[in-house]
Design a binder for this molecule. Structure first.
Ligand SMILES: [Zn+2]
Length: 358
């Protein structure tokens, strides 16, 4: 029943016959509590065993269902449970023996702050499913503080009127028609997944993408000797800049012209002037005064290839890391640098037209 409501459900062995002695419950409502125990993502339902065993002053079971902070419902008992004490009339429900009148749902959190979203959502679905089964309205869901005659305050930081409105919406929705987070399917690789695990997976990958591309410090710097860390976007820029530098050191022509000083922008330099930036940069390679076509503003094939190789190497190293292949940073950085440098020298710079004619 809870499973059909899309709630991840775990049953504690022996739950069908677990009961304290006394009148079997004849529930007309659901009573919601907090356990007052700190829970966390790592330990989402620390009170399950305690609610089964009971305390020295109160025999277990102490409720019927425990909802973890992760939204998992642990079914503890089907019989009578010590959770409500005496109950005063509340909403549509009469007063009397609370443990006869109510099914008990413990939300496992400390009550000093609101429950987690997953816990709240699961509680809405659990209450809706139980009340539908009992053929009772959403108003029959109560908080312990609404029935207690001893001043209980649980569940803490929950707006119970809003909670009942949410239960009413859940009960109005056709049961089982919607896709649920717990629905299972088989993905393209034949892996069994749930809708929830698919979302979790997507979330992780997007976060990983964002981290490595944009967060500073996610990647080692590609500048030789630089011990700072950077991100992948800047690392690719650095690699490209390094390739340009290597070209200069090798005495090759600059891959693209230096920007002209703004005074010289109009009129443009005479195409036959020896003062064009290209001839300045590559000094000595061409006879002075030789006519020279205006250099293209596009980066040369060499630099594009080097940059692309660097980027491909970086992405490959990152993808490898996603699949658990961890390599020391210097190794990864060297692979990327060597790859881009090799490509820089392998892909020939197109020969200037002047030289091609001679
Ligand atoms: Zn309580």
């Amino acid at each position: 029943m809870l499973h059909d409501a899309g709630v991840r459900t775990v049953v504690a062995p022996g739950w069908q016959n677990r009961s304290v002695s006394g009148t079997p419950p004849r529930p007309i409502g659901v009573l919601n509590h907090h356990t007052a125990t700190p829970s966390s993502a790592r330990n989402p339902a620390p009170s399950v065993q305690l609610t089964i065993d009971g305390r020295s002053d109160l025999a277990g079971p102490l409720c019927h269902i425990v909802i973890g902070t992760d939204g998992t419902a642990h079914v503890i008992a089907a019989g009578r449970a010590n959770h409500a004490g005496r109950a005063r009339a509340s909403g549509p429900n009469p007063g009397g023996d609370g443990n006869t009148l109510y099914l008990g749902v413990e939300w496992d959190y400390d009550g000093t702050h609101p429950p987690s979203r997953a816990q709240y959502a699961a509680a809405v679905q659990v209450n809706a499913a139980l009340l539908r089964h009992l053929q009772r309205p959403a108003e029959a869901a109560r908080g312990h503080r609404e029935t207690s005659v001893t001043g209980k305050v649980d569940p803490g930081h929950v707006d119970l009127d809003q909670f009942r409105r949410d239960i009413a919406s859940a009960m109005a929705a056709p049961a089982g028609d919607d896709m649920q987070l717990s629905d299972e399917f088989t993905d393209w690789a034949g892996t069994k997944k749930t809708v929830q695990s698919l979302f979790d997976d997507l979330d992780r990958r997007l976060a990983s993408f964002e981290h490595i591309f944009l967060k500073p410090g996610s990647e080692p710097s590609r500048i030789p000797g630089d011990t700072n860390r950077t991100n992948l976007r800047d690392a690719i820029m650095d690699t490209t800049a390094r390739v340009v530098e290597l070209q200069r050191e090798a005495g090759r022509p600059a891959p693209w012209p230096e920007p002209l000083p703004s005074d010289n922008l109009a009129p443009p330099p005479h195409p036959e002037s020896p003062e064009t930036p290209q001839s300045k940069e590559s000094g000595g390679e061409k006879p002075d005064g030789a006519s020279e076509p205006r250099p293209s503003r596009k980066p040369s094939r060499t630099v594009a290839a080097g940059g692309a190789a660097g980027a491909v190497g970086t992405v490959a190293v990152w993808i490898a890391s996603l699949y658990g292949v961890q390599m020391p940073e210097p190794v990864a950085a060297s692979i990327v640098l060597v790859l881009s440098t090799v490509m820089t020298y392998l892909v020939p710079t197109p020969a200037p037209k002047q030289e091609a004619r001679r």
